[in-house]
Design a binder for this molecule. Sequence first.
Ligand code: PGA
Length: 258
Amino acid sequence: MKRPLVVAGNWKMNANFIDGLRLANSIFVQFSQLKENIQVILAPPAIHLHTIANIVESNPLMKVAAQNCHTHSHGAFTGEISAKMVKSTGASHVIIGHSERRKYAGESHQTLAQKVDAALASDLIPIFCCGEPLEIREANTQNDYVATQLKESLFHLPQSSFQKLIIAYEPVWAIGTGVTAEPQQAQDMHQHIRTIIADKYDSNTAESTVILYGGSCKPSNAEGLFQQPDVDGALVGGASLDSDKFIEIIKMRAYTTA
Ligand code: PGA
């Protein structure tokens, strides 16, 4: 099955307002010249969402994602932003379950399930992150660990809702460390994720789910990852803050076949 190719940039807590607009504009201009059939998603801090959504609006292949949303639609939750509010900025996607939020904001499987529901109820596409920490990889129990993450936060969804999601496999030991998963390790986990999805839903759903790899993805290692048949694209952190590197990764995704 031919799945969409996707490269997403997670800016995390980087780029002040003006720098963020420059970066988005530079990516928009360079990507629009490429004319490649790839979806590019920018996930800047929330303060940028509306302005960047306007910058990229004229290119239907470019989308904007929030890095988080709240479980509730509104109310007395100081400092929080709801999925409904994210949607109103012009964003179409939201990252849910990033390992940094699991770690620093203590987000549980159950909270993430509620966030997925909130996002879908507001017509946002969740980019759901999963991935194991180093000690789990060392114990070789990563398959069960990731299966639990998916089961606990996603498998309450009816098939029609699940089919809207993007999954990002991000081994925690590879995020921001410069250590990337070996292409075969990424492939093995992506294939495992498809098996779990097929067991829960069906093989069509498994085959049509977009699964991105994330964790120190950069121009020097992107090609090997994109050669893997179950790696549909990347969720890029550090390298997405440099428009030249990010465009290089987008080109690699466009030109590399499994
Ligand atoms: P990294 O981050 O590319 O800087 O490792 C990826 C991510 O956390 O999404």
